[in-house]
Ligand binder design. Structure first.
Ligand SMILES: [Zn+2]
Length: 525
């Protein structure tokens, strides 16, 4: 009784101490999205309303903007870990034309200091409401014109360097990505990362679509739990509590022929959802549907965030056990074969998917297929359940054994910096050492014709050959019994479709040693 009374007094004081802020979307009647200054003012007001809210800067952009990480509760990374509570990290606005996540994340923060305080007993929430702040400040009504609002415009996809931050998770060329990995993922080790976007693909019947990690190298138990339990639970809650249809992200390969199937996107870890999977953690990509109006997109994203947190409230302890076991298996050296190349595959046949009925356009009518951007079609507004194959997963087409250790040339210091920013432990040989190693003998090296993210991506073909090699002192060494072993493999394998060879960071392949062997080496501090 006494406790309840005290809590009530504290709560009432909070309410009286400071008025809860409104978002720029709310105050403009959803004509505008928040500017960087609006978000910072909102976060400041939230802090004034609740002294337990902490804000850290996790990165500074090229244009000098400090990126806020809002910590809901009086936690440090150490006390968060000691609490035994699941940590959920929500990030918004990685693509600054896709703005409703930024609005919904602010609303969620307000809920967590007012109506939904109880959730904080069980879950630690971290929010990065404006990841691509530089892109956000280029707001113009000329951007994403097929998107239904906000009328006063949105920002751009790229950051201040012209890079797509959702392709930068492996090569880490932006200060935003380096800060995100070092100061959020490495320091806080979130159990679940949620990444908020907007999709303007096919015409379907879902207000929001979502995706778990899609890379088959992720831990099977994590993926199975997310696909088998967590996401179905959230989907059912969205339907029951909010009356909204949601499903796995995808597109019709042809809008006019939905029976050809529903296709997901990509398995490479340059995308955040796939990257987090390689860190043995849970991840949800959220894509609000860009053809519903801005207010509806903010609403559905806000509801989705609440249902995600409710899902973690329910399943958090179980998810933490699954993630801990995945880490343990790696520490025991149980990580074996992993893929280096992948192909899209059928997940399930005969799945009911909501299609917006569309017809071939008469001459001079309609618009192109939103996914293929070809032909001319007319939308009818009628949503029809259709049975089709869901091509929602990937499978390896080529695999390699995970070695005991990789060796990297003493001169490849830039590659080593990237590994270490990812949180990977790197050692150096104490003295000149002769070792029996596998060397990748290159047969062919090709560079992509088209530039992508300022790179012509490299593909090597070749063969591993055993040989004896003498390495100088200082040669870098990376072991695979460390927690981020899946990432080590993906970054260093010469045939990896998203590794440091692919991104032209490493100019020559690394060496590897398959079986455990004693090597005198010291961890780079
Ligand atoms: Zn996006």
């Amino acid at each position: 009784m006494w406790r309840t009374l005290m809590a009530c007094i504290a709560f009432c004081e909070v309410i009286m101490a400071a008025e809860l802020p409104k978002t720029a979307a709310e105050t403009s009647n959803y004509l505008s999205t928040s500017r960087y200054a609006d978000v910072m003012a909102f976060v400041g007001a939230i802090q004034r309303a609740d002294a337990d809210i902490r804000v850290e800067t996790f990165a500074t952009t090229n244009e000098g903007r400090a990126l806020p990480l809002v910590i809901v509760g009086p936690y440090t990374p150490r006390s968060a870990r000691a609490s035994g509570k699941p940590v959920v990290f929500i990030m918004a606005n990685i693509h600054a034309g896709e703005v409703e996540g930024k609005e919904a994340a602010q609303m969620l923060l307000r809920d967590l200091v007012s109506s939904h305080r109880k959730l904080r007993d069980d879950v630690i929430v971290l929010v990065a409401p404006i990841y691509n702040a530089d892109g956000n400040e280029r707001i113009s009504p000329e951007h994403r014109t097929t998107q239904h609002g906000p009328l006063n415009g949105v920002g751009v996809r790229e950051n201040g360097q012209g890079l797509d931050l959702n392709r930068d998770y492996m090569k880490l060329e932006s200060p935003e990505a380096r800060g995100l990995i070092a100061n959020v993922l490495n320091r806080w080790d979130p159990l679940l990362t949620v990444d908020l976007h907007t999709t303007n693909g096919s015409y379907h019947g879902y207000q929001l679509t979502y995706s778990p990690t899609l890379n088959p190298n992720a831990d099977e138990d994590i993926v199975d739990f997310e696909r088998g339990t967590l996401l179905p639970h959230i989907r059912a809650a969205m339907k029951e509590r909010h009356g909204k249809e949601t499903y796995y992200y995808g597109n019709f390969v042809e809008q006019l022929q939905p029976e050809k199937g529903w296709y997901t996107f990509d398995s490479r870890p340059r995308f955040g959802n796939n990257y987090v999977g390689l860190r043995n953690r849970f991840t949800i990509l959220s894509e609000a549907y860009s053809y519903i109006d801005f207010r509806a997109r903010v609403e559905v994203t806000h509801e989705f965030l609440h249902e995600i947190l409710a899902g973690v409230d329910k399943y958090g302890p179980k998810m933490m056990k699954i993630a801990a076991k995945a880490d343990e298996r790696i520490a025991r050296g149980k990580l074996r074969k992993q893929g280096v190349r992948f192909k899209l595959e059928k997940w399930r046949d005969n799945v009911e998917i909501l299609w917006e009925k569309s017809t071939a356009a008469e001459e001079g009518q309609g618009g192109p297929d939103p996914w293929t951007e070809k032909g001319a079609i007319v939308r009818t507004g009628e949503i029809v359940p259709m049975r089709m194959t869901d091509y929602g997963v990937f499978a390896p087409t080529e695999r390699e054994e995970v070695p005991y250790v990789y060796l990297i040339d003493v001169a490849a210091t830039h590659a080593v910096d990237i590994l270490r920013t990812h949180g990977i432990s790197v050692e150096t040989l104490d003295a000149e050492t002769t070792l029996k190693v596998e060397q990748f003998v290159v047969k062919e090296e090709t560079h992509a014709e088209h530039e992508f993210q300022k790179h012509h991506e490299t593909t090597l073909t070749g063969k591993w050959k055993s040989r004896e090699e003498t390495f100088p002192a200082g040669t870098f060494l990376v072991r695979t019994d460390q927690p981020l072993a899946r990432l080590v493999f993906y970054l260093l394998e010469p045939r990896s479709d998203d590794g440091l060879i692919d991104w032209n960071v490493l100019k020559q392949p690394v060496w590897k040693i398959e079986k455990a062997v004693a090597v005198a080496a010291t961890v780079v501090p």
